[in-house]
Design a protein around this ligand. Structure first.
Ligand code: FCB
Length: 454
């Protein structure tokens, strides 16, 4: 593999998309402004004991009011794309029906702010902030959501579809379903295998409803979705270890990737997956198939899987803290850049003609603002190592044509609150002051040839 020092922007080709990513609930704030109703994350964070530092995202980065200056920053750092998500309860405060024009106007202005600065808007339709009123009717566990979601997507597409080409239907179904409906660690905080399997099936159906609705309303749309890909690792190569890894892999990766690729559910791998069939109706297998233009690959870490003697489950993901072998992020995740290559290959190997875009990749490290500067050299190294893996994937013929950093700026990191900073820009959450970190300056230098600090 070519060392990063030999890579330049040109290595990735003139048409490569260089972006930053963030999401409505994590940055916008303005949680009750201009007719928006509560999302499940508003409800969840306002309950005691759910978020590590007891915080919420009522204000977050105040992006709702500061998006112009923040979009200036995207341009200044040399990126040509900004990925953001639309908040469903801003658009449809009742979940369905009545449209909140002020909410649509906000996203319309945001799209224009990007285009005026020569930045391509990349829109995610669902990044976890379901209207609470719909959760009260069962949320993702209720099959009616397929209709509710289609209506929501149609409203967004009607307004933004004349200017937005690049669309992602979902952000990481695995994360919000397993967090929200299996373990209860994320909003809406429900727990249960059957709830998670029902939600999984409904989201898989919504993937194709979303894609069709976009294509019906947008000429030349570039339609994708995003998936977190978690490669599995074991400490030994025994049949028990392999079986354990296969089960956890089916739960985390295959169950979300394969139905859309026309491969159905991996029900043979575990009796814990088989109950998904009780939520399937005639024709659902075909209805879930999607012909994606691209699949967004999001990679953070591999998982270590340990065998457990529970028939049907056989394995559990195990936090591994192998400091001798790997550097570890601020959230305890092992940093293994070649896992990004493995994730891209995995998605590339699925049937279909989709291209690949890295729609999220980033790291939290303990950042300190000292004399107006954040020397986040570990984050710079992280990006260099991961970009080298993207270059390797391209050199090996994989059609990867974009890379988005998570994230433009520090923001509300779900159950971790403000304790985990992922930004290229440091945010002082008391003053809302932004300070570009050394990693942001490194990108600026890499992308524009200007601005790096020694
Ligand atoms: C991803 C999420 C994103 C952010 C990063 C750190 O799993 O999609 O919203 O929280 O992790």
């Amino acid at each position: 593999m070519a060392p990063m020092s030999e890579l330049t922007r040109d290595t990735f080709g003139a048409d490569f998309t260089w972006g930053v990513a963030h999401a409505s609930y994590q940055v916008e704030g303005a949680w009750a402004a201009d007719g928006k109703s509560r999302s499940i994350w508003d409800t969840f964070t306002h309950r005691k004991g759910k978020i590590r530092d007891g915080s919420n995202a009522d204000v977050a980065c105040d992006y709702y009011h500061r998006y112009r200056a923040d979009t200036d920053l995207v341009a200044e750092l040399g990126f040509n794309a900004q990925r953001f998500s639309v908040s469903w309860p801003r658009i449809l405060p009742d979940g369905v029906g009545r449209v909140n024009q002020a909410g649509l106007d906000f996203y319309s202005r945001l799209v224009d702010a990007n285009l005026e600065r020569g930045i391509e808007p990349w829109v995610t339709l669902y990044h976890w902030d379901l209207p609470q009123v719909l959760e009260d009717r069962g949320g993702w566990v209720n099959r009616d959501i397929v209709g509710w979601f289609g209506e929501y997507v149609a409203r967004v597409v009607e307004v933004l579809g004349d200017r937005v080409t690049n669309w992602m239907v979902f952000n990481e179904p695995c994360s919000f379903i397993h967090g929200g409906y299996l373990s209860g660690y994320h909003a809406p905080g429900r727990r249960g295998l059957l709830k998670a399997l029902a939600a999984t099936h409904h989201v898989n159906l919504c993937q194709s409803v979303g894609a069709e609705t976009i294509r019906a309303g947008v000429a030349n749309a570039n339609v994708g979705t995003t998936q977190i890909i978690t490669p599995m690792r074991t400490e030994a190569d025994t049949p028990a270890h392999r079986r354990a890894a296969a089960v956890i892999d089916a739960f985390t990766n295959r169950i979300f990737l394969e139905p859309n690729a026309g491969l159905g559910y991996p029900v043979d791998v575990s009796p814990f997956i088989r109950p998904v069939e009780r939520y399937m109706k005639n024709g659902d297998e075909q209805a879930m198939e999607v012909d994606w233009d691209f699949i967004g690959v999001q990679y953070y870490c591999r998982l270590l899987v340990k065998p457990v003697p529970i028939p049907g489950l056989w394995g559990v993901p195990w936090p591994s803290r192998d400091h001798r072998q790997f550097d570890v992020s601020g959230m305890g995740q092992e940093i293994q850049a070649d896992g990004l290559y493995e994730s891209l290959q995995r998605v590339n190997d699925l049937p279909g003609n989709h291209r690949l875009v890295v729609t999220e990749n980033g790291v939290t490290v303990p950042d300190r603002l000292v004399d107006g500067r954040v020397r986040d050299i570990r984050r710079v190294a992280f990006y260099q190592d991961h970009l080298a893996e993207v270059a390797r994937a391209r050199a090996d013929g994989m059609p990867v044509d974009g890379y988005f950093c998570w994230s433009l700026m520090d923001n509300f990191e779900w159950a971790e609150g403000y304790t985990a900073r992922f930004g290229l820009t440091y945010v002082d959450f008391d003053t809302q002051e932004r300070t570009v970190k050394d990693s942001g300056r490194w990108f600026q230098q890499f992308l524009t040839g200007k601005g790096a600090r020694s």
